[in-house]
Design a protein around this ligand. Structure first.
Ligand code: ZN
Ligand code: MN
Length: 260
């Protein structure tokens, strides 16, 4: 049986809910520059591929991944001014996610995972969860539990050491760099332009933000630190570690839900 929610019929979904509602994983991506070597949809492809593997392990369903996210920020995504970035205002994004959560829960899918692939989404996913729970409670829909996570937070020190033998600079400067490039080489190899993987010094940002963004401080490639250390093997190591760890964490998070 498929793990993809949108490949089921309503009759099949209804039966799944009656049998004991499955966890639904909603991958949250972005359309954002990822250097000259990775596709604009990287932040969607990554959580969507990981979610499929996690869903197979825990009997979850994967909802259609969100292809747009909150605006790319210079220090974590290079910035929204690069060609191809198309993003949502925070209020639009919050309301879109709130509406999806509410409708899933109204139909009995009350165990929802917001699976973030784009750092800039994170607090707006929190706000969407809060507004959804408030609306559902007002309607009398009880028992909804939402788990929010970014897959990168599951990377253990051992995996981090395998990715960065010389030490990690910072996760924010990893945009389109070693971790994402390695995982894409493993998960979506045909989408990586291997001959264009960029080198160069890490971005040097001041300890404050400026609006409008000072685009002169952003590396022209859009990559915030060198990606030349990336490899498909490193990507395999990350995926092999985070998939079972996230699956186990979700089992725990929703098990405690059932107990009390
Ligand atoms: Zn990314
Ligand atoms: Mn991103």
């Amino acid at each position: 049986m498929t793990v993809h929610l949108d490949e089921l019929t309503w009759v099949e979904l209804d039966q799944r809910v009656r049998d004991g509602p499955p966890v639904v994983i909603l991958p949250a991506g972005s359309l954002e520059q990822h250097g000259p070597h990775l596709p604009l949809g990287t932040d969607r492809f990554m959580p969507a591929r990981l979610a499929e593997r996690i869903a197979e392990r825990i009997g979850a369903l994967v909802a259609p991944a969100l292809p747009y996210g909150y605006k790319s920020q210079p220090k974590s995504g290079g910035g929204n001014h690069f060609p191809g970035c198309a993003s949502l205002d925070a209020t639009t994004y919050i309301h879109m996610v709130r509406d999806i959560i509410c409708d899933l829960a109204r139909h009995g899918l009350t165990r929802i995972v917001l699976f973030d692939g784009h750092m800039e989404n994170q607090w707006f996913l929190t706000e969407a969860s809060d507004l959804a729970l408030r609306a559902l409670r007002a309607e009398g829909v009880e028992g909804t539990r939402i788990v929010k996570l970014g897959y990168w937070t599951f990377i253990t020190p051992e995996t981090e050491a395998a990715l960065f033998p010389d030490g990690l600079l910072s996760w924010e400067l990893e945009h389109a760099a070693v971790m994402e490039t390695s995982c894409m080489l493993h998960l979506c190899p045909d989408l990586v332009r291997r001959d264009l993987i960029p080198d160069g010094p890490p971005a040097d940002f001041p300890p404050y933000d400026v609006y409008p963004a000072d685009t002169g401080s952003i590396p022209p490639t859009g990559v915030l630190s060198s990606a030349t250390g990336a490899s498909a093997e490193k990507g395999r190591i990350v995926v092999a570690q985070v998939v079972p760890d996230i699956a186990a964490a979700l089992d725990t998070a929703f098990q405690s839900d059932q107990q009390g």
